[in-house]
Design a protein around this ligand. Structure first.
Ligand code: 3MF
Ligand code: MG
Length: 347
Protein backbone atom coordinates (compact mmCIF):
# COMPACT_ATOMS: atom_id res chain seq x y z
CA UNK A 1 0.00 0.00 0.00
CA UNK A 2 1.44 3.41 -0.97
CA UNK A 3 2.41 5.71 1.84
CA UNK A 4 0.83 9.14 2.03
CA UNK A 5 3.25 12.06 1.69
CA UNK A 6 4.84 13.21 4.97
CA UNK A 7 3.17 10.51 6.98
CA UNK A 8 4.95 8.40 9.53
CA UNK A 9 4.71 4.65 9.85
CA UNK A 10 4.81 3.09 13.31
CA UNK A 11 5.99 -0.16 14.83
CA UNK A 12 6.38 -1.96 18.12
CA UNK A 13 7.58 -5.41 19.13
CA UNK A 14 5.32 -8.20 20.39
CA UNK A 15 7.33 -8.13 23.65
CA UNK A 16 5.78 -4.71 24.30
CA UNK A 17 2.53 -6.51 25.18
CA UNK A 18 3.85 -8.24 28.26
CA UNK A 19 2.86 -10.09 31.39
CA UNK A 20 4.38 -7.52 33.74
CA UNK A 21 6.84 -9.95 35.33
CA UNK A 22 9.89 -8.18 36.74
CA UNK A 23 13.00 -9.32 38.66
CA UNK A 24 11.00 -9.01 41.89
CA UNK A 25 7.77 -10.67 41.03
CA UNK A 26 5.87 -13.03 38.76
CA UNK A 27 3.51 -12.20 35.87
CA UNK A 28 0.46 -10.12 36.72
CA UNK A 29 -1.19 -10.38 33.30
CA UNK A 30 -1.87 -13.36 31.05
CA UNK A 31 0.53 -14.08 28.19
CA UNK A 32 -1.23 -12.88 25.04
CA UNK A 33 -0.75 -15.37 22.15
CA UNK A 34 1.39 -14.06 19.27
CA UNK A 35 -1.48 -14.27 16.77
CA UNK A 36 -3.68 -12.17 19.04
CA UNK A 37 -0.95 -9.58 19.46
CA UNK A 38 -0.63 -9.35 15.69
CA UNK A 39 -4.34 -8.62 15.43
CA UNK A 40 -3.94 -5.63 17.75
CA UNK A 41 -1.49 -3.74 15.52
CA UNK A 42 -3.79 -2.19 12.93
CA UNK A 43 -6.42 -1.33 15.48
CA UNK A 44 -3.84 0.59 17.48
CA UNK A 45 -2.59 2.45 14.39
CA UNK A 46 0.59 0.44 13.71
CA UNK A 47 1.65 -1.06 10.36
CA UNK A 48 5.08 -2.53 11.16
CA UNK A 49 6.19 -5.35 13.47
CA UNK A 50 9.59 -5.51 15.17
CA UNK A 51 10.70 -9.09 15.55
CA UNK A 52 13.31 -11.16 17.30
CA UNK A 53 14.29 -14.37 15.54
CA UNK A 54 12.49 -16.42 18.18
CA UNK A 55 9.38 -14.23 18.06
CA UNK A 56 9.00 -15.80 14.59
CA UNK A 57 10.12 -19.41 15.24
CA UNK A 58 11.76 -21.16 18.19
CA UNK A 59 15.56 -20.94 18.06
CA UNK A 60 16.10 -24.71 18.15
CA UNK A 61 13.97 -25.63 15.13
CA UNK A 62 15.71 -27.29 12.19
CA UNK A 63 15.73 -25.76 8.73
CA UNK A 64 12.59 -27.51 7.47
CA UNK A 65 10.55 -26.56 10.55
CA UNK A 66 12.01 -23.05 10.37
CA UNK A 67 11.00 -22.45 6.73
CA UNK A 68 7.48 -23.70 7.41
CA UNK A 69 7.16 -21.67 10.61
CA UNK A 70 8.46 -18.50 8.99
CA UNK A 71 6.06 -18.87 6.06
CA UNK A 72 3.18 -19.18 8.52
CA UNK A 73 4.12 -15.99 10.36
CA UNK A 74 4.69 -14.13 7.09
CA UNK A 75 1.19 -15.17 6.00
CA UNK A 76 -0.23 -14.04 9.32
CA UNK A 77 1.37 -10.61 8.92
CA UNK A 78 0.31 -10.33 5.26
CA UNK A 79 -3.23 -11.22 6.28
CA UNK A 80 -3.32 -8.25 8.64
CA UNK A 81 -1.64 -5.90 6.13
CA UNK A 82 1.45 -5.72 8.32
CA UNK A 83 5.14 -5.58 7.42
CA UNK A 84 8.07 -6.87 9.43
CA UNK A 85 10.41 -3.97 10.22
CA UNK A 86 13.46 -5.91 11.38
CA UNK A 87 14.76 -9.17 12.78
CA UNK A 88 16.97 -9.11 15.89
CA UNK A 89 18.81 -12.24 17.04
CA UNK A 90 17.88 -12.72 20.69
CA UNK A 91 21.33 -13.57 21.96
CA UNK A 92 20.83 -13.07 25.67
CA UNK A 93 18.62 -15.92 26.90
CA UNK A 94 20.40 -19.09 25.80
CA UNK A 95 22.75 -20.85 28.29
CA UNK A 96 25.50 -20.50 25.67
CA UNK A 97 25.30 -16.70 25.87
CA UNK A 98 25.69 -16.33 29.63
CA UNK A 99 29.16 -14.89 29.07
CA UNK A 100 28.06 -12.84 26.04
CA UNK A 101 27.59 -13.84 22.41
CA UNK A 102 30.16 -12.51 19.97
CA UNK A 103 32.55 -11.56 22.78
CA UNK A 104 32.26 -14.65 25.01
CA UNK A 105 35.56 -16.04 26.20
CA UNK A 106 34.70 -19.56 25.05
CA UNK A 107 35.16 -20.16 21.32
CA UNK A 108 32.21 -22.57 21.14
CA UNK A 109 29.90 -19.90 22.60
CA UNK A 110 31.07 -17.34 20.06
CA UNK A 111 30.44 -19.85 17.30
CA UNK A 112 26.91 -20.39 18.59
CA UNK A 113 26.25 -16.64 18.54
CA UNK A 114 27.52 -16.28 14.98
CA UNK A 115 25.55 -19.31 13.75
CA UNK A 116 22.38 -18.15 15.42
CA UNK A 117 22.83 -14.71 13.86
CA UNK A 118 23.27 -16.20 10.38
CA UNK A 119 20.08 -18.16 10.94
CA UNK A 120 18.35 -14.89 11.88
CA UNK A 121 19.55 -13.43 8.56
CA UNK A 122 17.92 -16.39 6.78
CA UNK A 123 14.67 -15.72 8.64
CA UNK A 124 14.84 -12.07 7.60
CA UNK A 125 15.35 -13.06 3.97
CA UNK A 126 12.39 -15.45 4.07
CA UNK A 127 10.24 -12.67 5.52
CA UNK A 128 11.40 -10.09 2.90
CA UNK A 129 12.97 -8.03 5.64
CA UNK A 130 16.28 -6.31 4.85
CA UNK A 131 17.08 -4.92 8.30
CA UNK A 132 18.80 -6.65 11.21
CA UNK A 133 18.98 -5.03 14.66
CA UNK A 134 21.81 -5.92 17.00
CA UNK A 135 21.25 -5.08 20.63
CA UNK A 136 24.48 -6.46 22.10
CA UNK A 137 22.90 -7.23 25.46
CA UNK A 138 25.67 -9.22 27.13
CA UNK A 139 28.62 -7.92 25.09
CA UNK A 140 30.28 -6.28 28.07
CA UNK A 141 31.41 -7.17 31.57
CA UNK A 142 30.45 -7.12 35.22
CA UNK A 143 34.13 -6.68 36.06
CA UNK A 144 36.74 -5.15 33.77
CA UNK A 145 39.25 -7.96 34.30
CA UNK A 146 36.94 -10.64 32.86
CA UNK A 147 37.77 -10.06 29.19
CA UNK A 148 40.17 -8.28 26.90
CA UNK A 149 38.14 -5.21 25.93
CA UNK A 150 40.14 -4.39 22.77
CA UNK A 151 39.78 -7.91 21.52
CA UNK A 152 36.04 -7.73 22.25
CA UNK A 153 35.66 -4.66 20.04
CA UNK A 154 37.35 -6.50 17.19
CA UNK A 155 35.05 -9.45 17.71
CA UNK A 156 32.01 -7.19 17.39
CA UNK A 157 33.27 -5.93 14.03
CA UNK A 158 33.92 -9.50 12.86
CA UNK A 159 30.38 -10.48 13.86
CA UNK A 160 28.93 -7.61 11.82
CA UNK A 161 31.12 -8.56 8.84
CA UNK A 162 29.78 -12.08 9.12
CA UNK A 163 26.23 -10.77 8.70
CA UNK A 164 27.21 -8.59 5.75
CA UNK A 165 28.82 -11.60 4.07
CA UNK A 166 25.82 -13.84 4.70
CA UNK A 167 23.44 -11.71 2.64
CA UNK A 168 24.26 -9.07 0.05
CA UNK A 169 21.15 -7.00 0.79
CA UNK A 170 20.90 -7.08 4.57
CA UNK A 171 21.50 -3.83 6.45
CA UNK A 172 22.65 -3.98 10.06
CA UNK A 173 21.81 -1.44 12.76
CA UNK A 174 23.36 -1.35 16.20
CA UNK A 175 21.08 -0.50 19.11
CA UNK A 176 23.49 0.68 21.77
CA UNK A 177 22.84 0.81 25.49
CA UNK A 178 25.48 1.60 28.10
CA UNK A 179 24.46 -0.82 30.84
CA UNK A 180 21.85 -3.40 31.90
CA UNK A 181 22.12 -6.32 31.95
CA UNK A 182 25.88 -5.66 32.03
CA UNK A 183 27.67 -3.23 34.29
CA UNK A 184 29.49 -1.84 31.24
CA UNK A 185 28.82 -2.52 27.57
CA UNK A 186 31.76 -2.56 25.15
CA UNK A 187 29.88 -0.36 22.76
CA UNK A 188 27.88 1.88 25.11
CA UNK A 189 26.70 4.69 22.83
CA UNK A 190 25.74 5.57 19.30
CA UNK A 191 29.04 7.40 18.91
CA UNK A 192 31.00 4.31 19.89
CA UNK A 193 29.09 2.22 17.38
CA UNK A 194 29.57 4.79 14.63
CA UNK A 195 33.30 4.44 15.22
CA UNK A 196 32.99 0.78 14.26
CA UNK A 197 30.65 1.24 11.32
CA UNK A 198 33.38 2.59 9.08
CA UNK A 199 35.67 -0.34 9.91
CA UNK A 200 33.21 -2.96 8.68
CA UNK A 201 33.34 -4.65 5.28
CA UNK A 202 30.54 -2.56 3.81
CA UNK A 203 29.86 0.61 5.84
CA UNK A 204 27.05 1.56 3.43
CA UNK A 205 24.98 -1.24 4.96
CA UNK A 206 25.65 -0.52 8.63
CA UNK A 207 23.82 2.10 10.68
CA UNK A 208 22.13 2.67 14.03
CA UNK A 209 18.83 2.39 15.83
CA UNK A 210 18.50 4.91 18.63
CA UNK A 211 16.40 4.20 21.68
CA UNK A 212 15.54 7.31 23.72
CA UNK A 213 16.04 5.60 27.10
CA UNK A 214 19.41 4.18 26.08
CA UNK A 215 20.76 7.64 25.20
CA UNK A 216 19.40 9.04 28.45
CA UNK A 217 21.04 6.21 30.42
CA UNK A 218 24.34 7.22 28.82
CA UNK A 219 23.77 10.80 30.02
CA UNK A 220 23.11 11.95 26.47
CA UNK A 221 20.22 13.71 24.82
CA UNK A 222 18.34 11.40 22.44
CA UNK A 223 17.53 14.23 20.00
CA UNK A 224 21.22 15.10 19.67
CA UNK A 225 22.13 11.43 19.30
CA UNK A 226 19.57 11.17 16.50
CA UNK A 227 20.90 14.33 14.84
CA UNK A 228 24.42 12.89 15.00
CA UNK A 229 23.37 9.68 13.30
CA UNK A 230 21.26 11.57 10.77
CA UNK A 231 24.28 13.64 9.73
CA UNK A 232 26.06 10.40 8.94
CA UNK A 233 22.98 9.24 6.99
CA UNK A 234 22.82 6.33 9.42
CA UNK A 235 19.62 6.66 11.44
CA UNK A 236 17.60 3.73 10.15
CA UNK A 237 15.58 2.96 13.25
CA UNK A 238 14.32 4.51 16.48
CA UNK A 239 12.86 3.14 19.70
CA UNK A 240 10.98 6.03 21.20
CA UNK A 241 10.22 5.86 24.91
CA UNK A 242 11.14 7.76 28.07
CA UNK A 243 13.29 7.31 31.14
CA UNK A 244 13.21 8.86 34.60
CA UNK A 245 16.85 9.42 35.50
CA UNK A 246 19.81 7.08 35.66
CA UNK A 247 18.48 3.76 36.87
CA UNK A 248 17.35 0.52 35.24
CA UNK A 249 16.00 0.78 31.70
CA UNK A 250 12.39 1.83 32.19
CA UNK A 251 10.94 2.01 28.67
CA UNK A 252 8.29 4.49 29.81
CA UNK A 253 5.60 5.99 27.60
CA UNK A 254 7.03 8.46 25.08
CA UNK A 255 6.97 11.98 26.52
CA UNK A 256 5.78 10.84 29.94
CA UNK A 257 8.85 12.07 31.84
CA UNK A 258 10.09 15.01 29.80
CA UNK A 259 7.79 16.43 27.17
CA UNK A 260 10.33 18.93 25.91
CA UNK A 261 12.90 16.18 25.40
CA UNK A 262 10.30 14.21 23.46
CA UNK A 263 9.33 17.32 21.46
CA UNK A 264 12.96 17.74 20.43
CA UNK A 265 13.19 14.14 19.23
CA UNK A 266 10.15 14.62 17.03
CA UNK A 267 11.55 17.95 15.82
CA UNK A 268 14.84 16.36 14.75
CA UNK A 269 13.06 13.49 12.99
CA UNK A 270 10.70 15.86 11.20
CA UNK A 271 13.47 18.20 10.04
CA UNK A 272 15.28 15.19 8.58
CA UNK A 273 12.07 13.98 6.85
CA UNK A 274 12.48 10.74 8.75
CA UNK A 275 9.13 9.58 7.37
CA UNK A 276 10.99 8.95 4.10
CA UNK A 277 13.84 7.13 5.84
CA UNK A 278 12.45 4.67 8.34
CA UNK A 279 9.70 3.55 10.64
CA UNK A 280 9.00 5.19 13.99
CA UNK A 281 9.44 2.34 16.42
CA UNK A 282 8.31 2.30 20.03
CA UNK A 283 9.85 0.15 22.74
CA UNK A 284 7.56 0.68 25.73
CA UNK A 285 6.72 -1.38 28.77
CA UNK A 286 3.33 -1.25 30.43
CA UNK A 287 3.39 -0.49 34.14
CA UNK A 288 3.19 -3.59 36.30
CA UNK A 289 -0.02 -2.18 37.78
CA UNK A 290 -1.73 -2.21 34.38
CA UNK A 291 -4.76 -4.49 34.18
CA UNK A 292 -5.22 -7.14 31.53
CA UNK A 293 -7.83 -5.15 29.64
CA UNK A 294 -5.44 -2.20 29.36
CA UNK A 295 -2.40 -4.19 28.22
CA UNK A 296 -1.91 -2.04 25.09
CA UNK A 297 -2.80 1.38 26.52
CA UNK A 298 0.86 2.42 26.89
CA UNK A 299 1.33 1.87 23.14
CA UNK A 300 -1.75 3.87 22.22
CA UNK A 301 -0.64 6.61 24.63
CA UNK A 302 2.84 6.80 23.15
CA UNK A 303 1.53 6.99 19.61
CA UNK A 304 -0.91 9.74 20.64
CA UNK A 305 1.93 11.69 22.26
CA UNK A 306 4.04 11.39 19.11
CA UNK A 307 1.18 12.72 17.01
CA UNK A 308 0.42 15.62 19.38
CA UNK A 309 4.09 16.56 19.47
CA UNK A 310 4.26 16.31 15.68
CA UNK A 311 1.45 18.84 15.44
CA UNK A 312 3.40 21.16 17.73
CA UNK A 313 6.60 20.64 15.75
CA UNK A 314 4.82 21.38 12.48
CA UNK A 315 3.31 24.57 13.89
CA UNK A 316 6.58 26.02 15.20
CA UNK A 317 7.10 29.48 13.74
CA UNK A 318 10.41 28.77 11.99
CA UNK A 319 10.90 32.48 11.15
CA UNK A 320 10.58 33.40 14.79
CA UNK A 321 13.07 30.70 15.79
CA UNK A 322 15.57 32.00 13.22
CA UNK A 323 15.07 35.57 14.40
CA UNK A 324 15.70 34.63 18.02
CA UNK A 325 18.74 32.55 17.06
CA UNK A 326 20.16 35.44 15.02
CA UNK A 327 19.69 37.81 17.96
CA UNK A 328 21.28 35.23 20.27
CA UNK A 329 18.17 35.63 22.38
CA UNK A 330 18.08 32.09 23.73
CA UNK A 331 16.08 33.21 26.78
CA UNK A 332 13.43 34.43 24.34
CA UNK A 333 13.69 31.20 22.38
CA UNK A 334 13.27 29.14 25.53
CA UNK A 335 10.16 31.12 26.44
CA UNK A 336 8.76 30.72 22.95
CA UNK A 337 9.30 26.94 22.93
CA UNK A 338 7.89 26.43 26.43
CA UNK A 339 4.79 28.51 25.66
CA UNK A 340 4.41 26.63 22.37
CA UNK A 341 4.56 23.24 24.12
CA UNK A 342 2.02 24.50 26.65
CA UNK A 343 -0.25 25.49 23.78
CA UNK A 344 -0.19 29.17 24.75
CA UNK A 345 -0.01 30.36 21.16
CA UNK A 346 0.46 34.07 20.47
CA UNK A 347 0.84 35.17 24.09
C1 3MF B 1 16.70 -3.58 25.46
C2 3MF B 1 16.04 -3.34 24.18
C3 3MF B 1 15.72 -4.56 23.36
C4 3MF B 1 15.77 -4.29 21.87
C5 3MF B 1 15.29 -5.48 21.07
C6 3MF B 1 15.20 -5.26 19.59
C7 3MF B 1 14.33 -6.25 24.28
O1 3MF B 1 16.88 -2.45 26.20
O2 3MF B 1 15.72 -2.22 23.87
O3 3MF B 1 14.43 -5.01 23.73
O4 3MF B 1 15.01 -3.18 21.55
O5 3MF B 1 16.16 -6.52 21.31
O6 3MF B 1 16.21 -4.53 19.06
MG1 MG C 1 14.89 -1.16 22.29
Amino acid sequence: MAKQANSYRFSFGPWNISTGADPFGPPVRKEVPFAKKIREYRELGFTHVQLHDDDVVPADWDSVQTSKGVAKVKKMLDGEGLTGEFIAPRLWEDPRTIDGGYTANKAADRTYARERTRRAVDIARMMDIDLMVLWPAREGTYIREAKDASQAVGRLVEAIDDILKTDAKIRVVGEMKPNEPMDQAYCPTVGHFMGLVYRTLDPKRVGVLIESAHSILAGLDPADDMAYALWHGKLWGVHLNDQNGLKYDQDKTFGSVDLRRAFNQVWVLERAKYYDIGVVGLDIKAMRTTKQADATKHLANSLAMFNHLLELVRSVDAGKVEELRAARDYEGLERYILEHILGRKGR
